[in-house]
Design a protein around this ligand. Sequence first.
Ligand code: PLP
Length: 416
Amino acid sequence: MIDLADDLTPPDDAILARAAAAGTPLYLYDLRRVTARAARLREAFGGRLGLSFAVKANPNPTLLRAMIGVVDTLDVSSGGELAQAIAAGWDAGRISFTGPAKREAEIRRALAVGLGELVVESLAEARMADAAAAELGLRQAVVARIAPDRVPKGFGDQMAGRPSPFGIDAEMAADTLAQIAALPNLRLAGLHFYSGTQCLRADAVVENWRIFLGLARGLAPLCEGGKLRLILGAGLGIPYHETDAPLDLSAVADAIAPDLDALAAEGRFARPLLELGRYLVGPAGWFLTRVVAVKDSRGQRIGLCDGGMNAHLAASGHFGMVIHRNYRLHLVGGSGEAEPVNLTGPLCTSIDRLAQGAMLPRVEPGALVAIHMSGAYGPTTSPVNFISHPIPREAVVTEAGEVVAADWLPRRPGVE
Ligand SMILES: Cc1ncc(COP(=O)(O)O)c(C=O)c1O
């Protein structure tokens, strides 16, 4: 029986310290935690949903390889991510390709390597794919991304329900899908929905899925094939801040189970796929940064760290949406009375802050800080080239509990 409560405890400080000995700043991903989170999701939904990992959340090759047996499919959002997934050992047939502004060359390449499904976001893109498929002499499976006309309150980022570059507006979907279905070199094999992210409210997640299911039922007759593909963007949020209550996954699952059962009974769709990134990997990663110097300035204590916004943009609060500072964090090996401290990074800008007024045991030079919830949107979103500081290292905790280097981004020559 899997524990359905969110596991937010960090690994032992000894493991964090061992990982940091290789050099900081460093991201540590616990592969056991990722596997457990995937199992927990499957169990919560009673096997009614498959899992698709959105590579944009964390394209680390070691992590992607480890996910081959953990999730059913991958979703990539560029030709670059597709190449990384294939290099990590993924079969292109188990990959979907979502994303706005896909270029003709990357569509052609994706089709040529045997992509599972192209998620078309517009009629123009479908026409481009049709031409590429004709050139290659194949009939490509495509899934149409639909942008619903509303997104319930509670999502950190809304990608539909207003003018949006993502997907086909629901109001035009019937007409547009009919035109896509008529393209001779494409097979409209299903539907894709992704309209909001970082939601901690069970009722909002459920309401959003009901919007998706309603649209899916209405549009299914325009698709072709026995069992259609249905990709449900999850938007499941994670508790970045101490004040966030974790999403009640059981409440989501209990409420949506009858809807999923009803859909399954209609027999039109194959088992839907839950497409998600941060929920799977975010709480399985920690960012480790070392305090280089300490300054007492005008009544506030400041710990100046070797990696800040340059290495972890999201934790600095500049990745947009509602994910502000301070992330959950702790002082590795720290003990004693907590006092307020600000944590800044190495950049020459006052926006390079990781924490303001964090309550930690006294921070001294050499101290190691662990920022939690860092397994998603870490190195991949960060401006690592700004001021040419060291590129963040990456490491994993393996299923056997060992810490193994998993660097991905090339190191900067001559910089340790
Ligand atoms: C199409 C699509 N799928 C999946 C994701 C992953 O979102 P999350 O990491 O919040 O699960 C995103 C995020 O923006 C997305 O745009």
